[in-house]
Design a protein around this ligand. Structure first.
Ligand SMILES: C[S@@+](CC[C@H](N)C(=O)[O-])C[C@H]1O[C@@H](n2cnc3c(N)ncnc32)[C@H](O)[C@@H]1O
Length: 190
């Protein structure tokens, strides 16, 4: 397995596909996308096509600059295929909260993978509500975040998924999938 295929979240992509209301002409944004592996995995899925793929990250570390989002980079072995769809990809160096306030796009899929637990508890529901307002009809939000079993070495600014969190979530969202069995909770809401 090469570096790229070992980090593309194929299981999550399989899960998301079950809940997408359509498979063609999709719009997606990955908030906190890092090197964009989630988007590349989605792009390469033969069942799906996209008219918009946005990746948002602060790219604070040197090795995570937007150049790694470049379709010709060493991380993207199937560059030829991606070249064809190049215009669909947009990378944006922004804070996710700034982005969701400013964007005028709407999305069939919003991805928040391993980023929400960096926010204080009270901000997370607000971020999710703002994301909800950006969804197309039948659009979904995919979230992966640390749960109470996560062995953090650094406790700063960490919020974990809990039963209390789940109850709060239910007040504003329909939970259409939840798996809380590992060190992360993975859920899909709308
Ligand atoms: C733990 S990584 C997760 C990366 C990827 N989503 C995944 O599932 O593997 C968190 C990412 O979120 C980015 N990030 C953290 N806070 C952010 C913020 N406020 N706005 C945008 N990106 C942020 C970091 O730069 C990092 O790339």
């Amino acid at each position: 397995m090469d570096e790229e295929s070992s980090v593309i979240p194929y299981d999550s992509i399989r899960l998301i596909k079950k809940y997408l209301h359509k498979q063609q002409g999709l719009s997606v944004v990955d908030l906190g996308c890092a090197k964009g592996y989630f988007l590349f995995g989605l792009f390469d899925d033969p069942d799906l096509s996209f008219h918009l793929m946005e990746g948002i990250d602060l790219w604070e570390e040197e090795d995570k600059t937007p150049k790694n989002f470049d379709l010709n980079s060493e991380y993207n072995s199937d560059a030829e295929c991606r070249q064809e769809g190049k215009s669909q990809f947009i990378s944006n160096r922004k804070d996710i909260k700034t982005f969701i306030c400013l964007t005028s796009n709407s999305y069939d899929l919003i991805i928040l993978s391993k980023i929400l637990h960096f926010y204080p508890h009270d901000q997370i529901i607000n971020i999710l509500k703002q994301c909800q307002s950006l969804l197309t009809t039948d659009g979904i939000i995919y979230v992966k975040m640390a749960n109470e079993k996560h062995p953090y070495s650094d406790q700063k600014d960490k919020t974990v998924f809990s039963e209390k969190f789940k109850s709060e979530l239910k007040q504003d969202f329909e939970i259409i999938h939840l798996n809380n069995s590992d060190i992360h909770a993975e859920f899909i809401i709308k």
